[in-house]
Design a protein. Sequence first.
Length: 130
Amino acid sequence: MKIAYLIGPMTPRGNRKDTDNAAIEYLLNVRDFLVAARALIRKGYAPFCPGIDYSYFLNLQPGEVISEESIKAMSMAFLDVADLAVLLPGWEASPGSQAEYRRAVELKMPLFYGEGSVPDEGGVNDDQDY
């Protein structure tokens, strides 16, 4: 199974046309990651979805800290072993996404613009038992 790394904006920057609220923009960005990840699963890929990084922070115990630098380093480690990268709308406005894009190009990784442009690899049936 091929690993598909999702590249897209997370941090609100006021670039969305569907909201001018930073909190809602962040949630919409997370939703975009999850929608793309689900589509890639159906196409037969194992997506790495930075959009779920928030879950690490929600599960921190009192006194625990995860730095932004460590999250970015973990994401880059996954990008380094991915088979392809999928660019989500708005990635160009995100400094983090730009860094991921540059790394994917450096790795000569196939790039796709949106999950719809990724070829089917024999996806899973959502109704099947695992």
